[in-house]
Design a protein. Structure first.
Length: 225
């Protein structure tokens, strides 16, 4: 009996070998669109617009030109950069993380389209890093005690995300702008804050969506979140 015939008989008896699950190897177009367009460009526009609106009221009574720091901690644009970066990062983690997990679980959009589960880099698969970089799904129906425990854990991880962005982005920005003695007009600071935090929204939201979609759950379909 030839090798080809033997192979044919084996395939007939045991079936063809299973094809690799593409969901664990790459992301389809919808998932890429969801992470980088909706959670990137969409979040950037939203965050930029919100911060532009806040700036109209925040700086209306401040001295002109608006300095980086003053003796009054509530004045100057640098304290605003530090606080807003921290708050925006926390809200991004809490809100975007929950929404991404919900969309991956029940389907995305009116037609409930399926989002693929991308694979995480190896260094994020260790027990400690995996726990620190995993959002929680607060839209699941759970007993209040279990839900509240998830909420606290999710928020604490958001605090860490906020500290990371303040340390790596906001603090260097503030130091550079302060020591170069940059000042703004009323209109200038509004434009700056809208653009700056729009860019931050574009940069800080996709990682949260990616970490949520790559969450490895044991319940349900192992290829989905």
């Amino acid at each position: 009996v030839s090798t080809q015939s033997t192979g044919g008989l084996l395939r007939e008896e045991y079936g063809s070998p299973p094809k690799p699950n593409k969901r664990e190897e790459n992301m389809n177009f919808l998932t890429i669109f969801y992470i980088f367009i909706m959670n990137g460009i969409g979040a950037g526009i939203l965050d930029g617009g919100i911060n532009t609106g806040i700036s109209f009221g925040l700086y209306v009574s401040q001295p002109r030109p608006i300095p980086s720091f003053t003796s009054n901690i509530s004045e100057g644009y640098c304290p605003d950069i530090l606080v807003t970066t921290f708050v925006q990062a926390i809200l991004t983690w809490v809100i975007a993380g929950c929404l991404a997990l919900k969309d991956a679980r029940v389907g995305f959009g009116p037609k409930k389209l399926s989002l693929d589960r991308p694979d995480r880099p190896e260094f994020l698969k260790s027990t400690v890093l995996s726990r620190l970089t995993t959002p929680e799904d607060l839209f699941r129906k759970l007993p209040f005690r279990d839900w509240f425990e998830r909420f606290v854990t999710h928020t604490l991880r958001g605090l860490l995300y906020g500290v990371l962005w303040v340390a790596l982005v906001a603090t260097p920005t503030v130091l550079i702008m302060h020591f170069t003695d940059i000042t703004f007009s009323y209109t200038g600071v509004i434009v700056f804050k809208g653009v700056y935090f729009g860019i931050l929204g574009f940069l800080m939201t996709p990682p949260v969506a990616y970490l949520a979609l790559s969450k490895n759950l044991t319940e349900g379909n192992p290829g989905r979140v």
